[in-house]
Design a protein. Structure first.
Ligand code: SF4
Length: 378
């Protein structure tokens, strides 16, 4: 197949579903790691087409959702400073911190700008040497190479007015944390294809072996996801637990060595807090000592932050796959994309946002206004 619409082909989808139905003999719970996969599943109703025995549990793979509240609050404090141009991808602007979000800071006069690449922020720093330009560097392994490249480039250009507020997270330690949690029901993983396109698959065989779970590297189109499920179910029914690459058009086993080299030059592994989940050892990256001058947390004094999560928000349970968004009493009532209580209702990869967009009215397609709510800066 060459074109993207071929990955939505209903006839091929039917054949994959038939094969899954013919294979499955007992209940299995699979976790799709990435929020992009969650959106595709809910948008296309894939979970409703599967046989009852196959349950999909939504994973924590939404970087916006897991960025801890204290980092959001630090971003809000830095962005409010008069000397700062605060740059971010659009998703982060409506993520609630303690009492406000970046939109509010912008409305109150902060210079908050949406950019499409960290290199746009480097460019702003070059054009405005009298301002401090800060880029909000969040994300999984997918965004880390570009953020590393931005710092690399800033140093090459001798820019002393550029820095990153870093909250990078890594998928394999999150899988480890999920599998060792007492309430874990996950029996197999659809690993995030875009993460593996950068990092390759070498980090997963050990996880698959120790926890005896199939790990199938999976893409994002409906047929990609059905193929990932088909392979995972096939392994489970045969008592196997291997790493399989069901996304070979984008993922090579060794990943992208140049991107990995760039990450390793700029970042080092560190423990990270995940919003709603807690601290996961070795689950993030921070700037190495050699690039510490570009760390916004060191450049700006942002200590003494006191965070407060809304009591009604159950995003932590959603992110751990313990409940579905619709199990939260605030879903669609006090919590909507326009009035979000948690980041999972804001992000284009958040599970609560997916259910709000595509599952809120089960008998009719999502209204246009919902899509507009989801993209307020678009
Ligand atoms: S629906 Fe809103 S309040 Fe409930 S878990 Fe999701 S983000 Fe939190």
């Amino acid at each position: 197949m060459k074109y993207i619409d071929e990955f939505n082909d209903p006839e091929l989808a039917r054949r994959l579903l038939d094969e899954i139905r013919a294979t499955v003999t007992r209940p299995w719970a699979l976790m799709e790691v990435c929020g992009g996969q969650t959106h595709s599943i809910i948008r296309h109703g894939i979970d409703q087409l599967l046989p009852d025995e196959v349950e999909l549990i939504h994973g924590p793979g939404c970087p916006v959702c897991v960025t801890p509240l204290d980092v959001i609050d630090k971003a809000l404090e830095i962005a409010a400073r008069p000397e700062v141009v605060f740059c971010s991808f659009g998703d982060m602007l409506r993520v609630p911190g303690t009492g406000r979000d970046l939109f509010r800071v912008k409305g109150e006069g902060g210079d908050v700008r949406v950019v499409y690449s960290p290199l746009d922020a480097v460019d702003l720093a070059r054009k405005h040497p009298d301002r401090q330009v800060v880029f909000f560097a969040i994300g999984f392994e997918t965004t880390a190479p570009a953020n590393a490249m931005a710092v690399h480039q800033a140093r090459r250009l001798g820019l002393a007015n550029f820095s990153l507020l870093v909250s990078h997270v890594r998928v394999p330690p999150a899988i480890e944390a999920i599998m060792t949690a007492p309430a874990c029901r996950v029996q197999g993983f659809l690993a995030a294809g875009h993460v593996c396109s950068v990092m390759g698959t070498a980090e997963y065989p050990d996880l698959a072996e120790r926890h005896r779970v199939p790990v199938v590297v999976t893409g994002f189109e409906p047929l990609d996801i059905l193929e990932g499920i088909r392979r995972a179910v096939h392994q489970l029914e045969r008592g196997e637990h291997r790493v399989e690459n069901a996304y070979p058009r984008a993922v090579r086993d060794r990943g992208n060595p140049a991107a990995v080299r760039m990450i390793e030059e700029v970042f080092e592994v560190t423990d990270r807090n995940w919003r709603g989940i807690g601290r996961i050892p070795d689950s993030g990256w921070r700037l190495t000592d050699a690039f510490r001058d570009f760390d916004a947390e060191h450049r700006f004094d942002v200590t003494g932050i006191r965070t407060e999560e809304p009591a009604a928000c159950r995003a932590g349970e959603v992110l751990q796959g313990l409940i579905k968004p619709t199990d939260c009493a605030a879903f669609g009532t006090s919590c909507t994309p326009r009035t979000p209580l948690g980041a999972t209702m804001v992000s284009s990869e958040g599970a609560c946002a997916a259910y709000y967009l595509y599952r809120r009215m089960t008998d009719s397609p999502a209204p246009v206004s919902s899509a507009q709510e989801m993209n307020p800066v678009g």
